[in-house]
Design a protein around this ligand. Structure first.
Ligand SMILES: C[S@@+](CC[C@H](N)C(=O)[O-])C[C@H]1O[C@@H](n2cnc3c(N)ncnc32)[C@H](O)[C@@H]1O
Length: 297
């Protein structure tokens, strides 16, 4: 493990790339560039145009410290302190799951399943909000939408509130601490959306170091079959939805999709639909309560 002492940005990135590759980091060059871009407060495109920039000894030392953290397999986003999600920037720390690109598909799909804007306020509940990424992305895309975001982790609630405030969504996004929907009183929402913990306990051992050692366990662990939180959430959700309201979930895919579909049917949902993620795995599932026209509530 050699320190980054070289003075040019290009040479520092090249040396860091070798270190990260040796440490088993998959996208070593990209990460070395992001760490430098983060240090200089620019994007990667600006960085690419300034590779001959001379690093001061102070900047070289700070870059070395950042590379060392990544070399120890801390997630890139923890070292940078942020991640982009649906075009918005979210503060991330070890207290929240790093927002994943596949969850952007969940948000896009959820937006398409909401009733169209029509002059009345709509309400969504984001269960297990973590960084607040789903709640904020929904609210940013739909000015008629209020979102109640809930998480069982007090530390995650603090980060989510910070993100809501930084994105100036505090007028429409409220973050609460609680176990699933149980603490939310008499709310009736048009949609409940969640990216819950869904990994089967046996899968936790095989995770990459960035996930296993740095994402919070409460964000990952779905119990023996991965469905322990999903099972409870599907059973509870009808009590917090309006007639015709939708439950939209991310799952691990595979058997969890038909199993979630069966749980949804048993809880009174119909018109169950699924979506594939960015690499073609079917893992998102939605169901609807009967609308008033169908004879529902
Ligand atoms: C997979 S993470 C999703 C975080 C964020 N929504 C995202 O998509 O990046 C699951 C989240 O659910 C929260 N969680 C776990 N069990 C919960 C429960 N019983 N009630 C509320 N939140 C819970 C965790 O603290 C974690 O923030």
């Amino acid at each position: 493990m050699s320190a980054v002492t070289t003075a040019s940005t290009r040479a520092a990135i090249e040396a860091a790339t070798v270190r990260l590759r040796d440490a088993g980091v998959e996208a070593a060059r990209v990460d070395a560039e992001w760490l430098m871009a983060g240090l200089l407060g620019v994007g990667r495109a600006v960085l690419a145009a300034n590779l001959d920039h001379e690093l001061t000894p102070t900047l070289a030392a700070r870059y070395d410290a950042a590379v060392t953290r990544r070399e120890r397999r801390e997630p890139l986003q923890h070292v940078l302190g942020w991640e982009e999600f649906c075009g918005l920037r979210f503060t991330v720390t070890a207290d929240v799951l790093v927002p994943r690109p596949e969850t952007e598909t969940l948000v896009e799909w959820a937006l398409s399943l909401l009733p169209p804007p029509g002059g009345i306020r709509r309400l969504a509940i984001d269960v297990g909000t973590g960084s607040g990424c789903i709640a904020c992305a929904l609210a940013a895309a739909r000015p008629d939408l209020e979102v109640v975001a809930v998480d069982a982790s007090p530390a995650a609630v603090q980060i989510a509130r910070r993100n809501v405030s930084a994105l100036e969504l505090g007028g429409r996004v409220t973050v609460r601490e609680g176990d699933l929907l149980s603490g939310l009183g008499r709310l009736r929402a048009d949609m409940v959306v969640a990216n819950p913990p869904y990994l089967p306990a046996a899968a936790l051992a095989g995770l990459a170091p960035e996930v296993a050692a740095h994402d919070p366990l409460v964000a990952l662990d779905g119990g023996a079959d991965g469905l322990s939180v999903i099972r409870r959430l599907i059973a509870e959700t009808p009590g917090w939805l309006t007639a015709g309201g939708a439950l939209v979930l991310e799952t691990a895919g595979g058997d969890q999709v038909p199993e979630s579909a069966a749980l949804m049917r048993a809880a009174g949902f119909s018109n169950i639909a699924t979506r594939r993620d960015l690499v073609g795995v079917e893992r998102f599932i939605a169901g609807f309560l009967p609308s008033t026209e169908d004879g529902g509530g």
